[in-house]
Design a protein around this ligand. Structure first.
Ligand SMILES: NC(=O)c1ccc[n+]([C@@H]2O[C@H](COP(=O)([O-])OP(=O)(O)OC[C@H]3O[C@@H](n4cnc5c(N)ncnc54)[C@H](O)[C@@H]3O)[C@@H](O)[C@H]2O)c1
Ligand SMILES: [Zn+2]
Length: 347
């Protein structure tokens, strides 16, 4: 079996490549960047996924495609819209067009994201699932971080509920809109081609090779970088924002299952650890890993538009893909923190 991994030189793609090669699969990578960690066992094609000639040669002879190439992050401002649409929408369209012209009817696994959901689900103790209004600057500066039930006359605070794949989709920024559009394009192709398109909606992915020098690196990298510089991680709000942090080796394994298991049907699947933790827990776990590391500081700071809680349901993926995360939060965070240990702590 031969699999094409687009974006296979990136953070997540490179772990997918390693896991496929370990499973004895022949792997071809298409990526515009070459990185030192690219496995020697793979065939590397340097090029842009928006270039039809490059893509046509990259898909030649492959049995399945794992589409990781994407412009990532949440964007700096709306001025990035053309870059996101070019890499994510046009890039996916060029890939699907090439597959269509080859009459390829195999399996396509797409790297999608939890950002397609927007806010997580909220439940009022009296009114069930509800959609509270966004938090205002007044709420946040008064320390009202939890949202309230929107039903008139109800003053209850809502609690979070795990997001299942059939939850309403609400992409709230350019990146999120393009990730959802990628899913829709892949779904349309799969229906017409009689093929299978599996969209894996990754939650917060962390682990080795995670970029630390971009504005999109995520809270895990930001806290770890602060600790490495001898500074206390600054935790926003009250630190009780719920997230699901899934290790990159688990994400790679979910991709391998989706690529190799013929029984998996087209559709969307959450890829999450199933063990939600707070942002404050992340700061503490990273700080605990260093013997003299500063303790986190909960600052009460906030950013308008930040999601309060988003937690995935891992049930569908467990039942259909047989995917259950194996790297525990404590183990994964301790391993991640070691990468950032300040030079002074090892002398
Ligand atoms: N990192 C996360 O927490 C996370 C969460 C949800 C979803 N995802 C998705 O996972 C996938 C991989 O993300 P990542 O974090 O590894 O990012 P990354 O930036 O490390 O990897 C993406 C790779 O795609 C390549 N690429 C981008 N545009 C290209 C183009 N036009 N032509 C050829 N190559 C191109 C880049 O060179 C890079 O190597 C993306 O689709 C992303 O949307 C990531
Ligand atoms: Zn209510």
């Amino acid at each position: 079996m031969r699999v094409l991994v687009t974006g296979g030189a990136g953070f997540i793609g490179s772990h997918v490549v390693d896991a496929l090669a370990d499973a004895g699969v022949r792997v071809r990578v298409l990526d515009r960047a070459r990185r030192a960690w690219i496995d020697e066992r793979v065939e590397f094609i340097g090029g842009d996924i928006r270039d039809p000639a490059t893509v046509i040669s990259a898909i030649d002879g492959v049995d399945a495609v794992c589409h990781q190439a994407s412009k990532v992050g949440l964007g700096v401002d709306f001025g990035d819209v053309c870059d996101y649409v070019a890499d994510n929408d046009l890039g996916t369209a060029v890939l699907l067009d090439a597959l269509w012209r080859r009459s390829f009817n195999g399996r396509l696994v797409l790297a999608s994201s939890m950002v397609v959901y927007g806010e997580g689900r909220s439940r009022c103790p009296d009114h069930g699932l509800v959609t509270p209004p966004d938090r205002t600057a007044d709420d946040l500066s008064a320390g009202r971080f939890e949202r309230g039930c929107p039903v008139v006359g109800c003053s209850a605070e809502v609690t979070w509920d795990a997001v299942t794949e059939d939850a309403p989709l609400d992409p709230r920024n350019t990146y999120a809109a393009t990730k959802l559009h990628q899913e829709h394009l892949c779904g349309a192709w799969a229906r017409e081609a009689g093929a299978t398109a599996v969209a894996l909606r990754y939650h917060n992915v962390y682990g080795p090779r995670m970029p630390s020098d971009t504005p999109y690196a995520g809270v895990v990298s930001i806290f770890a970088s602060a600790l490495a510089a001898g500074r206390a991680p600054q935790v926003f709000e009250d630190g009780r924002q719920m997230r699901d942090f899934v290790h990159v080796r688990d994400v790679a394994r979910a991709n391998v299952l989706a690529l190799l298991d013929d029984g998996v049907e087209s559709g969307a699947y959450n890829v999450a650890s199933g063990s939600p933790r707070t942002v404050g827990d992340v700061a503490s776990a990273l700080s605990d890993a260093g013997p003299h590391a500063p303790r986190p500081e909960v600052t009460g700071g906030w950013r308008l538009g930040d999601v309060r809680h988003i937690v995935a349901s891992a049930q569908r993926t467990a039942a259909t893909l047989g995917f259950v995360a194996q790297v525990s939060f404590e183990e994964g965070m301790a391993e991640f923190a070691r990468r950032y240990e300040p030079a002074s702590s090892s002398t």
